[in-house]
Design a protein. Structure first.
Length: 94
């Protein structure tokens, strides 16, 4: 993944986190507590300035009752056997 693509994905994911948090009427402090991170880190994620680790990403899915595809790409793939870019999971036969 190119740097531009990575930065854009971080911004897109951050925007989705912000939208989900505000739709849930949740403060940054509350989300930070649920994720065991600081409110500043939540803010940096929402602004696309920080890339979170997988455990935080997975916990976001649990907190907001969303699949990881939805968090990463904005919607679940039409075919659950494909990821957000239309690729089959590793190890899947073609």
């Amino acid at each position: 993944m190119e740097d531009f693509e990575k930065r854009q994905m971080m911004k897109d994911v951050g925007a989705r986190v912000y939208a989900l948090r505000t739709a849930a009427n949740m403060s940054r402090e509350t989300l930070a507590e649920r994720l065991n991170i600081t409110p500043q880190y939540v803010s940096e994620i929402e602004q696309g300035k920080k890339c979170m680790n997988m455990s935080i990403f997975a916990e976001l899915g649990r907190v907001f009752h969303r699949g990881l595809d939805d968090l990463a790409w904005g919607e679940a793939p039409a075919d659950p056997g494909l990821d957000g870019r239309g690729r089959a999971p590793r190890g899947a036969s073609s």
